[in-house]
Design a protein around this ligand. Structure first.
Ligand SMILES: NC(=O)c1ccc[n+]([C@@H]2O[C@H](COP(=O)([O-])OP(=O)(O)OC[C@H]3O[C@@H](n4cnc5c(N)ncnc54)[C@H](O)[C@@H]3O)[C@@H](O)[C@H]2O)c1
Length: 471
């Protein structure tokens, strides 16, 4: 697991937060030290970054393979269509703070920090093409060889987790024959700007994320954003790489979700914007962190049933809902994943703690924990269950009937003593967030295994082999 180095700063300083263009051009942020910066790639990200950095008082030299982009910058013209950028590039070129070249070595020679903003397009099969990143790293590295002054290289292009460690850092270190000990600092710093509002987004990003292998490097990069008004996350390189993909995947899922609900709305003659306006007004469960922590499958008496009904209604209306259908499939996959983790322990005797879909309810309808236990029983595992809320003696009415009618085999293996259930097993599975399960790790013997579906806090001296379902 990658450790977050530091998390900090969610401050607002309105005097440093220009939102109108006239202010954007005129106002310089109260800067950190003025820096000499090379920006590699003068596309959307590079041109905006170069223009904003020059506006903020830094001395910026842009680098691109394309002669046309280089001469446009040197002529004070923007190589991209983007609000405010043309004016800022004109001002930067006129003041001498912004210029461009095709010669990477020259740019690096005149800089203390290099920002890599080259493209990372899709290949035909969907995989990520990192050739331009690799090429630029080799060029920057070669230009740094033999130099002893400190240099920071910051990757702003979007790359998959592992790219920094497997490609960017080795390429730079090999070509320069330097590393952090000899003053070469390497970080990644994903970009969150959106085209058409890029300058606004540069000045007011939703967050600044800097991924580095050490705090000193992270601090050097953070200095670039002195005065930027956004939460700052200094983290490990893989975390920073993946955050960008989590963001974009989420945005794509949101669009697809809204469109599927929209199509269903249209088919039943309801205004989709009314539905989604009301949906978005719910800041407690909908537009909120609720349900956004990795963990076990969803279940219970409502979500699975209602999702199935909506998908089926869509079918009868000829409205395909692949995202909603995908959610059902994904949920089944999560149960399989937990099963595979448990069976991979190679042990047969299981204590399953928490059988209802969430703690403090005795409702077992469509509990994914029950589905998981049934799968284990079906494969011959010896399972004992403990769940205070589902204790048979306490079950009443409909829930007692449900257990007796639908899952009598579960009733047979319900224990009533937590410590005894834990002590009798080789593998302990924590299935829901019942408060008493926090005491479980301390009860375990070192030879036992813990499979955690909810991310229980572990004591410092916990020595059992531990597997989290998604962590
Ligand atoms: N466009 C966006 O809104 C956006 C937002 C966030 C992140 N990103 C990411 O930022 C990166 C850049 O995106 P973009 O849209 O600015 O790309 P782009 O295609 O607009 O620009 C890339 C530039 O890099 C140049 N280039 C390629 N190889 C080079 C080399 N060896 N040396 C110098 N220049 C070279 C190209 O000529 C081009 O001008 C991508 O990884 C992208 O996923 C883009």
């Amino acid at each position: 697991m990658i450790k977050t180095l530091i998390k900090s700063k969610d401050s607002r300083d309105d005097t440093l937060a220009p939102s109108k263009f006239s202010e954007t051009v005129r106002v310089r942020r109260a800067p950190g030290a003025q820096m000499r910066i090379a920006v590699f790639g003068l596309g959307y990200v590079g041109a905006v970054s170069a223009a904003c950095l020059a506006r903020d008082g830094h001395s910026v030299i842009g680098v691109d393979l394309k002669a046309s982009k280089v001469s446009m910058i040197n002529d004070g013209k923007s190589p991209i269509v983007e609000k405010y950028v043309g004016e800022m590039i004109a001002e930067g070129a006129e003041s001498g703070r912004l210029r461009a070249t095709q010669n990477a070595a020259d740019a690096v020679a005149q800089s203390e920090l290099s920002l890599i903003c080259v493209g990372t397009p899709s290949r035909g099969n969907g995989s990520l093409d990192t050739a331009a990143v690799e090429h630029v790293c080799k060029e920057i590295g070669a230009a740094l060889k033999g130099r002893s002054d400190p240099h920071t290289v910051v990757l702003r292009s979007t790359v998959l987790p592992g790219t920094m460690r497997s490609l960017v850092i080795p390429a730079l270190e090999a070509a320069s024959e330097r590393n952090a000990e000899s003053g070469l600092y390497i970080a990644n710093n994903p970009e969150f700007l959106r085209e058409s509002t890029a300058v606004e987004d540069y000045d007011h990003p939703p967050k600044t994320v800097i991924g580095a292998v050490d705090e000193e490097t992270a601090g050097r990069v953070a200095a670039l954003y002195a005065g930027i008004d956004a939460p700052l996350f200094l983290t490990g390189v893989e975390t920073a790489e993946l955050v960008k993909y989590a963001d974009n995947a989420w945005h794509a899922v949101k669009v697809a979700f809204a469109n599927e609900i929209g199509s269903l709305s249209k088919a039943v003659d309801v205004d989709s914007h009314d539905v989604m306006d009301i949906f978005c007004a719910d800041k407690k469960l909908n537009i909120s962190p609720a349900y956004l922590r990795p963990g076990f499958a969803f279940g219970g008496s409502c979500l699975p049933k209602d999702l199935r009904a909506l998908i089926y209604r869509g079918k009868t209306l000829d409205v395909e809902t692949p995202l909603l259908t995908g959610a059902v499939l994904s949920n089944k996959r999560q149960i399989d994943r937990a099963f595979e983790i448990i069976t991979a322990t190679g042990r047969k005797s299981i204590a399953f703690l928490g059988i209802s879909f969430k703690a403090d309810t005795d409702d077992l309808r469509e509990s994914p924990q029950v589905a998981l236990v049934e799968k284990l029983l079906g494969k011959g595992y010896q399972v004992r269950i403990y769940d205070r809320s589902v204790h048979l003696a306490r079950l009443t009415g409909a829930n007692r009937d449900y257990v007796n009618d639908h899952i009598p085999h579960i009733a047979d293996i319900l224990g009533d003593d937590l410590e005894e259930t834990v002590a009798g097993a080789e593998v302990v599975v924590i299935g829901n967030r019942a408060a008493e399960f926090r005491t479980v790790p301390a009860m375990m013997r070192p030879t036992q295994r813990l499979v955690d579906l909810v991310r229980i806090p572990l004591p410092e001296n916990f020595s059992c082999r531990y597997d989290g379902v998604n962590w």
